[in-house]
Design a protein around this ligand. Structure first.
Ligand code: NZQ
Ligand code: ZN
Length: 390
């Protein structure tokens, strides 16, 4: 295991009715005037926004609204939000929605106190050390942004979908009411489940030895997703299964499962090109990319893939041919994704084979740069993975 630090100080309030603490929590974490940030309207239609507003009003906290965040959030609204916060003297940003809304809120939070362009933080590794405080009311279990120090934004200029990170971006508090996720359509629910599982896999496939504790945590989260997701797909209003998935989404991405070990993240970057170009849901893109990536890198560490197959997917170990076991694990993962309605290839995403060279080139793996911590991938490797995903 490698040395590490772990500091994840988000305050979580979990369960039905937890949104009633929203106003008090804003106060507790220093907010006196809030930017209420949300997406395309689901929180209006399902009444979540009204509940949050009621809590802010009860606590006597003034707010300014900025809705309209779209999935795969864009820089345009971020610039608008930064200007609005400065003009209005906002000192706290409250995101009500999913990963896209939370990431947009984080980008605004980073941009308000910064003299330069907020985009300087994206795709550059420049850490966000100063930002307005952010709180979240989560409405979809997926991205894990409610507990992560990350934000992913698409810049309209060149459609670059890049991430920024920094401890200042970790939410001060997050309200997780599983009831709020019950209005999610089946497809969006499955996209979220896929993303959660991908966040674990990005950490699970590592070259670091002796990481039994985090291996086992990863396996536990994946196994919980394998039992709980079908329950929700069968009954979208299943509160208990929704609750388990909601917490799994947080645990999968606040790095509890990833400390002390090298991580990969190539599949995420390969997917971000798809969601930037075709505006597909991130989880749907991952469902296509991740099994292809696994198939491509399997020869690098057959034993680890065989372990994944046995411990997570319940395959029998073939000691004479561990690669057969490893391939069986990937096949079961693929079948699981298909069973929850996820796309299986480029066509189902609306992606085109002839775009593959441009997609791979757009990642920018030139001058010896590679992608991924498990197997360093060149642009040619990425192209091969896109072809396996056809
Ligand atoms: O916009 P509205 O109308 O709210 O509709 C949303 C949106 O269309 C809808 N939705 C959300 N909650 C709902 C609901 N519909 C009905 N009932 C509800 N309760 O769902 C759609 C998707 O929302 P979005 O926020 O885009 O989903 P998700 O949480 O999957 O976020 C995806 C974004 O997060 C990024 C992805 O790249 C993508 O841009 N990621 C962020 C990460 C992070 N910050 O740590 C890590 C992830 O790996 C990921 O890259
Ligand atoms: Zn993700």
């Amino acid at each position: 295991m490698e040395n590490f630090t772990f500091y994840a100080p988000t305050y979580f309030s979990f369960g039905d009715g937890s949104e009633r603490q929203c106003g008090a929590l804003v106060r507790r974490f220093g907010g006196t005037k809030v930017l209420l940030h949300y997406g395309g309207g689901s929180v209006r239609r399902n009444g979540v926004l009204d509940k949050v507003v009621a809590s802010l009003t009860d606590a006597g906290i003034p707010y300014v609204e900025l809705g309209g965040v779209q999935p795969n959030p864009r820089s345009g609204l971020v610039y608008e939000g930064i200007g609005l916060c400065r003009r209005e003297g906002i000192d706290f940003i409250l995101a009500v929605g999913g990963g896209s809304t939370i990431d947009s809120a984080k980008a605004i939070a980073a941009g308000v106190p910064y003299d330069g362009d907020f985009w300087d933080y994206y795709g550059t590794g420049k850490p966000v050390d100063t930002a307005l405080p952010v709180g979240t009311v989560l409405t979809i279990a997926a991205a894990g942004s409610e507990g992560s120090p990350d934000s992913v934004i698409t810049h309209e200029e060149g459609m670059r979908k890049w991430g920024a990170s920094g401890e200042a971006l970790r939410p001060r508090f997050s309200i997780l009411n599983p009831m709020f996720t019950c209005t999610l359509p089946a497809y969006q629910t499955a996209c979220g489940a896929t993303d959660i599982m991908a966040h674990v896999c990005e950490r699970y496939f590592t070259n670091t030895a002796d990481v039994e504790t985090t291996d086992r945590l990863c396996e536990a989260v994946l196994k919980a997703m394998i039992t709980e997701t079908p329950k929700v797909m069968a009954d979208l209003g299943n509160y208990q299964a929704r609750a388990n998935i909601m917490w799994a989404g947080m645990v999968a991405h606040n790095n509890l499962c990833g400390v002390g070990r090298a991580q990969d993240w190539a599949s995420h970057d390969i997917e971000h090109e798809l969601s930037a170009k075709y505006d597909v849901a991130h989880g749907a893109g991952l469902a296509v990319v991740m099994p292809a990536w696994m198939t491509y890198v399997l020869p690098h560490d057959v034993q680890r893939f065989a372990q994944f197959a046995v411990r997570v997917w319940g395959c029998d170990m073939d000691f004479t041919d561990p690669e057969r076991t490893a391939r069986e694990g990937i096949a079961r993962f693929r079948a699981f994704l298909s069973s929850i309605g996820m796309p299986q290839g480029f066509a189902a995403l609306g992606a085109r084979e002839e775009d593959i060279p441009a997609l791979a080139a757009h990642i920018g793996l030139t001058g010896g740069r590679t992608l991924g911590g498990f197997v360093p991938l060149t642009a040619a490797d990425v192209e091969a993975i896109y072809r396996l995903a056809l």
